[in-house]
Design a protein around this ligand. Structure first.
Ligand SMILES: Cc1c2[nH]c(c1CCC(=O)O)Cc1[nH]c(c(CCC(=O)O)c1C)Cc1[nH]c(c(CCC(=O)O)c1C)Cc1[nH]c(c(C)c1CCC(=O)O)C2
Length: 365
């Protein structure tokens, strides 16, 4: 229960998400607990990636690493886990192949296959099968001692379905496109099933102690605007429309919700019309244009520096920070500073520190 934790000392990101005026923009980066940190490799040791996710002790240690390293500069923690725990809970095997990424030995083939029928018929218990995530969240909240809010997350239905049929990352999305164009109704049934699981999973994360949530639609940009409207948007909207109600049933108030539909630049206005509080932007957006659209609808934006700028040295970083600060209205309302996607391996941790320091420098009054 929420009251078992120490009070928050820094609620900047929650206030910004709710649209309030703030003293400076909150900052964090996607994938902030990850391979660019030497302490990540050390703590992970010989453990397999999903073993780390399943160990509340290791997952909470990894979650806290960026909070400790960037103390005073970073305004949110995000629970160490992965979007692919939902397909695992649905009964699919997923392994993380070193330096290659996720791999499903038996991806979904066609709707006529027994595997699809089984997956659609199975009652998935996300409470029991993802219990380790809730335990990791509760332990992390305790260890955070109110320093910053803890974010929970899940993958969006379209992105998760893509992984389930492709069997891993993809360049051409042959299977995912075959599914939506050849089997639209069966695709929609699967997307709806995933969306319902996402609602329950996020509600249980909040019950365990998550103070804000983010839905990652990492492959949204593979869809045309009309395919996005048919196969991604309704399921993103379903999550934002049903999570508050599910939380209410469990006796919890709703937390701020962020949607990050990477590559779906054409959908900014419809996402701003949805029930999400925050819309995440990748670096394809011009901050000035995006901010105009979002502020007209009272939404907060999150993003959106090209993660690659962190390879470019101080001058390049300062340039991008200044452009963001100016474009997002100075940072006193409606902007959560972040990268436009996850931080990449081999970035020097001090270069991320400099990114944070520069945002601070150009926004502190
Ligand atoms: C698509 C996606 C995945 N996972 C996730 C997404 C959505 C965000 C995005 O678009 O990047 C989400 C995710 N994955 C991870 C987090 C942890 C929290 C954080 O942001 O710090 C989060 C929020 C840890 C991770 N997830 C993964 C690692 C690296 C594992 C390792 O090799 O140690 C980490 C720290 C592995 C992973 N997991 C996934 C891929 C494609 C890969 C391999 C490629 C890569 O690492 O970029 C699936």
């Amino acid at each position: 229960m929420a009251s078992q934790f120490e009070p928050l000392k820094n609620d900047l990101i929650l206030r910004t998400a709710r649209g309030e005026q703030v003293e400076r923009p909150p900052m964090w980066v996607m994938r902030q607990a990850g391979r660019y940190l030497p302490e990540y490799h050390e703590a992970k040791g010989g453990h397999d990636f999903f073993e780390c996710c399943r160990s509340p002790e290791i997952a909470s240690t990894l979650t806290l690493q960026p909070i400790e390293r960037y103390e005073g500069l970073i305004d949110a923690a995000i629970i160490f886990s992965d979007i692919l725990v939902i397909p695992q809970a649905m009964g699919m095997e997923v392994i993380m192949v070193d330096k290659k990424g996720p791999h499903f030995p038996e991806p979904l083939q066609t709707p006529d296959d027994q595997q699809y029928k089984e997956i659609m018929a199975r009652r998935v218990d996300v409470k029991e099968s993802l219990d380790y995530v809730y335990k990791a969240i509760t332990l992390t909240r305790r260890k955070l001692k109110g320093r910053v809010p803890l974010l929970g997350f899940c993958g969006a239905p379209w992105t998760l379905m893509s992984y389930m049929v492709e069997g891993g990352g993809s360049k051409m999305f042959i299977q995912a496109k075959t599914w939506i164009f050849r089997y639209p109704e069966e695709s929609k049934a699967l997307l709806q099933k995933i969306a319902e699981l996402c609602v329950e999973y996020l509600a249980l994360q909040v019950q365990a102690g998550a103070q804000m949530i983010q839905v990652f639609d990492s492959w949204a940009g593979e869809l045309s605007p009309s395919s996005f409207k048919a196969f991604a948007l309704p399921y993103l909207a379903y999550i934002a429309d049903h999570l508050p109600q599910r939380l209410q049933e469990l006796g919890f108030e709703c937390v701020p919700m962020t949607v990050f539909a990477k590559g779906a630049w054409y959908a900014l206005d419809v996402l701003c019309d949805s029930n999400y509080d925050v819309v995440g932007l990748d670096w394809l957006h011009d901050p000035v244009e995006a901010f105009k659209i979002a502020r007209a609808k009272g939404k907060t934006l999150q993003g959106n520096a090209d993660p690659g700028v962190l390879y470019g040295g101080k001058e390049a970083i300062t340039g991008v920070v200044k452009e963001m600060v100016a474009g997002f209205g100075g940072g006193k309302q409606g902007w959560i500073a972040n990268l436009g996607h996850g931080i990449t391996p081999f970035v020097k941790p001090d270069d991320l520190k400099f990114f944070f320091e520069e945002i601070h420098k150009y926004t502190a009054s």
